[in-house]
Ligand binder design. Structure first.
Ligand code: NAP
Length: 276
């Protein structure tokens, strides 16, 4: 088994994920993996970095496919004994002009951004080694969505005692209410993407508390972050930040130095802890 350190970035065949891998290839002392659901797109991304003199590695990983997650987890356990850096970057968003019914948007968006990322963490969090760093790429939209929820939901999403099961139940409730056209009555704003990112930020906080309790001496740091508004296929070409600029905060969190104790369980943007 290799003693080499390893960093894994989901959804890194393009956009912010690819820029994160590019930066890590330059700064991280260890192997850096592009992962992609589509092998062809992943290999093309690898080739684009190799052309720049970098040496990323590749593994297939579709976070919506449980078998793909378990295959990848087994690979990193076998080859590296776990992972040192995990960046959950894969995500989707319907365009504002998309006419897909909100009920469908709610189910599809929550499935990838919240439930599939949670599945990733279920399998990969136990593999994160002492001193490891976990970065979940969330969004400021999740923060503004939080502020538009009812006071009762806000209270749960800000509480220190919300469990992963309660959070997953609330996310499921949003999807079910959206399917009945009743999410407004249920206290949720009209945004599937925002709700998925509220959930991801809260999940990061829950996992940070759990690791502090269950593995207090391992020094693992878990954070959620916003990359900013970044020119990618998701956000379009009018966004102010380049993918490289969008990668700065996720990479900062991934490379927090050995022995650092903070930030942990926070939502971070522009390298600063943000109010939640
Ligand atoms: P992007 O260019 O659309 O890239 C998204 C990446 O996620 C692609 O590589 C995509 O793969 C991958 N992906 C989607 N579903 C996947 C799945 N089931 N399994 C594995 N990979 C999957 O978007 P981006 O702007 O770089 O976004 C990256 C992250 O930043 C997302 O979580 C997004 O919500 C977040 N974010 C972006 C902005 C922004 O302004 N761009 C702002 C805040 C937060 P395919 O190529 O196969 O589709």
């Amino acid at each position: 088994m290799a003693t080499t350190k390893v960093a894994v970035v989901t959804g890194s065949n393009k956009g912010i994920g690819l820029a994160i891998v590019r930066a890590l290839c330059k700064q991280y002392k260890g192997d850096v993996y592009i992962t992609a659901r589509d092998v062809g797109r992943g290999e093309a991304a690898v080739a684009s970095l190799v052309a720049d003199g970098l040496k990323p590695k590749f593994h297939q990983l579709d976070i919506n496919d449980p078998a793909s997650i378990t295959t990848a987890a087994a690979y990193f356990k076998e080859k590296y004994g776990g992972v040192d850096v995990l960046i959950n970057n894969a995500g989707i968003a319907f365009k504002a002009a998309d006419t897909t019914p909100f009920a469908v948007q709610a189910e599809v968006t929550l499935k990838t951004n919240f439930f599939a990322t949670r599945d990733m963490l279920t399998h990969f969090l136990p593999l994160v080694k002492a001193g490891g760093r976990v970065v979940n790429v969330s969004s400021f939209v999740g923060s503004s969505t939080l502020n538009k929820c009812t006071p009762a939901l806000q209270q749960r999403f800000r509480s220190d005692d919300i469990t992963e099961e309660e959070l997953a139940g609330l996310m499921q409730q949003f999807v079910q209410q959206a399917q009945r056209g009743e999410h407004g009555k249920g206290g949720w704003p009209d945004t599937a993407y925002g709700t998925s990112k509220t959930g991801l930020t809260v999940l990061s906080m829950i996992h940070a508390r759990r690791l502090s309790k269950e593995r207090p001496n391992d020094g693992i740091l878990v954070n959620a972050c916003c990359p900013g508004w970044v020119r990618t296929d998701m956000a379009g070409d009018k966004a102010p930040k380049s993918p490289e600029e969008g990668a700065i905060t996720p990479v900062y969190l991934a490379l927090l130095p050995a022995g650092a104790t903070a930030p942990h369980g926070k939502f971070v943007s522009d390298k600063e802890v943000q109010p939640w």
